[in-house]
Design a protein around this ligand. Structure first.
Ligand code: NDP
Ligand code: HSE
Length: 452
């Protein structure tokens, strides 16, 4: 007879509803695989009058989350509410009442992870958060368990389903930004506040979590240089496509591999670049072909080499699948009395630090609106040259009326501080109109071969 694990669910919207349906479909299968039966005994929501059409008894719903977080008959609490205020209180309360907690709340984990993990450890329970990054892709498990014997040499992620859906529809169907966002909301991909998605913060939360797991020191959201996709011009999407590039909102986590080996022979993996910005990828790279709501994470380890994880990154079913995986781990930990077997996070890098954006080096795409007259290009090239910034190619698309034309420059590897200085000076030229558009390029060059 399978042991019963009683679950209290707090929050039953897009993800919570998906979880209840998935458990109803595959709960018996999971019980046969786990030797433990997972049973949702109580559900807290904000509004009892909503029609939810779920395969559970209406009597198990309440608006009193506290009564679930403190109920001695509940073994496990699943928080699927979102936000960082009440959700934090919900999780802390459950942990303090000796219950392990499962959450999909990346904002909360990235901001308050250290506090929550400490509280879990103090109470001899655990905090599971597979669903917090990349929806249905089991990337937390891959990093903490599958790749535990590797040093992560670099990690790239397309981590926000909403943004990837918007960028794909803008490029392939010519939709405008607002329409594409409204569709992403309708499909249940976007956060309650979609600014978190389109301004890059949701990706930054996920990048912070992946960077922390990869490098062993906790990366807070304010340490992640973040730019989103709001205001991206369809013109740049078209120009980039002409040059063989695709736009993605890309999270990058890269240690400074070029740092000299220290006297004791150790290779310092710090500082680590942890950034999120719209990036041009060569269109034949596998990440450039991750479309719609799909996410992908590319992880290069020093033992395994290049690995790729791909799957749906948002939505009820994708996220429910990740929560089910946490439910299975938590149920087994309860059954085997092993709540700390895979700790929520193990700090192991005391001197770890995040690289300052000024010193991050990459190639750039620049688009300027300039006066179409002799000497314009010479002025711009001279500013770039004085700052030791090289131009790799340029084009001035034909067919624009009047004396103002777009000028697109591709820039060789340059530091961010040098580019900022150059753009300030270029913006002051009387032949340049409006703000220059600057977008990073990721060429995915092979890693340098380093001596042991
Ligand atoms: P929803 O807004 O759809 O659902 C939120 C749920 O929380 C609702 O059921 C709401 O109740 C309930 N709730 C709000 N306040 C309270 C309260 N005080 N007490 C009890 N219940 C409350 O959000 P999602 O399901 O989309 O997201 C949930 C979490 O999952 C978030 O952390 C999100 O970031 C994360 N996530 C979401 C993904 C997605 O694709 N949507 C993917 C991965 C993670 P009511 O129904 O009555 O309004
Ligand atoms: N709003 C998020 C996204 C949900 O679009 O990726 C999944 O974390």
């Amino acid at each position: 007879m399978a042991e019963k694990v009683s679950v209290g669910l707090i929050g039953c919207g897009v993800v919570g509803g998906g979880l209840v349906r998935a458990l109803s479909r595959n709960g018996a299968l999971m019980a046969s695989r786990l030797g433990a039966q997972i049973s949702v005994e109580r559900i807290a929501v904000r509004d009892l009058s909503k029609n939810r059409d779920l395969p559970v008894e209406p009597a198990i719903f309440t608006t009193d989350w506290m009564s679930i977080a403190t109920d001695p008959a509940i073994h496990l609490v699943v928080e699927l509410v979102g936000g960082t205020d009440t959700a934090r209180e919900m999780i802390l309360t459950a942990l303090r009442h000796g219950k392990s907690v499962i959450t999909a709340n990346k904002a909360l984990i990235c901001e308050y992870g250290e506090e929550l993990f400490e509280e879990a450890e103090k109470n001899g329970v655990n905090l599971y958060y597979e669903a917090s990054v990349a929806g249905g892709i089991p990337i937390i498990k891959a990093l903490r368990e599958g790749l535990i014997g590797n040093r992560v040499q670099r990690l790239y992620g397309i981590l926000n389903g909403t943004c990837n859906y918007i960028l794909t529809q803008m490029k392939n169907k010519g939709w405008d930004f607002d329409y594409a966002l409204a569709e992403a909301q309708r499909l249940g991909y976007a956060e309650a506040d979609p600014a978190l998605d389109v301004d890059g913060h949701d990706t930054a939360h996920k990048a912070g979590i992946l960077a922390s797991l990869s490098y062993g020191f906790w990366v807070r959201p304010d340490q992640v240089h973040t730019e989103g996709i709001r205001g991206l011009d369809i013109l740049d999407i078209q120009f980039a496509a002409r040059m063989g590039y695709t736009f993605k909102l890309l999270a990058m986590v890269k240690p400074n591999l070029a740092a000299p080996v220290s006297q004791n022979g150790a290779r310092p993996f710090s500082p680590v670049q942890v950034t999120v910005f719209p990036t041009l990828l060569p269109e034949d790279h596998v990440l450039a072909n991750v479309n719609g709501v799909f996410n992908a994470v590319f992880v290069q380890g020093d033992v395994v080499g290049e690995t790729l994880y791909y799957g749906p990154g948002a939505g009820a079913d994708a996220t429910a699948s990740a929560v089910l995986s946490d439910l299975a781990d938590a149920a087994l930990d309860i059954k085997c009395d092993s709540a700390g077997r895979v700790p929520a996070f193990t700090p192991h890098e005391e001197d770890g630090e995040v690289q300052d954006i000024d010193s991050v080096v990459c190639p750039f795409y620049l688009r300027l609106q300039v006066m179409d007259r002799p000497g314009t290009m010479a002025n711009i090239a001279s500013i770039l040259g004085d700052l030791n910034i090289g131009i790799s190619s340029m084009f001035q698309p034909e067919g624009h009326e009047g004396d103002r034309v777009p000028l697109v420059l591709m820039i060789h590897d340059a530091r961010h501080d040098a580019m900022r200085e150059a753009l300030k000076k270029i913006g002051q030229l009387d032949v340049v109109f409006g703000d220059p558009v600057m977008i990073r390029v990721e060429p995915f060059d092979p890693l340098p071969v380093l001596a042991d």
